[in-house]
Design a protein around this ligand. Sequence first.
Ligand code: GLN
Length: 245
Amino acid sequence: MRIRVGHLYPDYLNIYADRGNIAVLAQRAARRGHDLEVHAIGMGDPVPVGEIDLYYVGGGQDREQALVAHDMTRKAESLREAVERDAAFLAVCGGYQLLGRHYRDVAGNELPGVGILPLHTVAGQRRMIGDVLLDCTWAGETLAGFENHAGRTVLDVGAEPLGRVVSGFGNDGASGDEGCRYRKVYGTYLHGPLLPRNPWFADRVLGDALKHAGAPEELEPLPDELEQQAHAVSAARARSRGGRY
Ligand code: GLN
């Protein structure tokens, strides 16, 4: 099968090499005989609803977010339609914040979001940095990663987090929630090398994208020994932070 990825603002939102996640998806697709086709969706570009199976947006500093936020709101209606038609969507950090209703940055400027995820974000003074471990009970799995953000994200009542924080700060350092999930959309603060050390999650996102592309069957499992080791190292590092905050 051909899986079409729409990479939003690759020139602006790519902090911590967030685009490495796409390399993982491409490899894992190829090992099952599928092809990942990546299309950049930049400033002024339309969102080809129905022709993209997986949207991806990475992280960035407040400055980069301010550069793309208004353009992104012009794409909001199409992105919302794509999500309602069950396209997959992975949004990391700065990109995650912009999927909410708004992000108020450290300087107090309010950037509009696209309103796909039921949340808003306000930057605080102290940055929340370090290794993170999440319990994703909805999947019976854990996610290990790294966070670095000033934004405190508040989920609306009833919104589904991506996971509960075992170690780390998560959305706001207080609620114990990390990320947000809606339909096939996954938003998270976990950065850069998120998918290499969490192969189950890579396959979850890939599987959603494949379904949107019309694939009849499930993904074959891969051995993932190195990936599991990477997960264990990362999870241990997060645990050694000791507790939540
Ligand atoms: N600017 C946002 C924050 O600090 C996002 C940071 C990021 O993507 N690393 O909260």
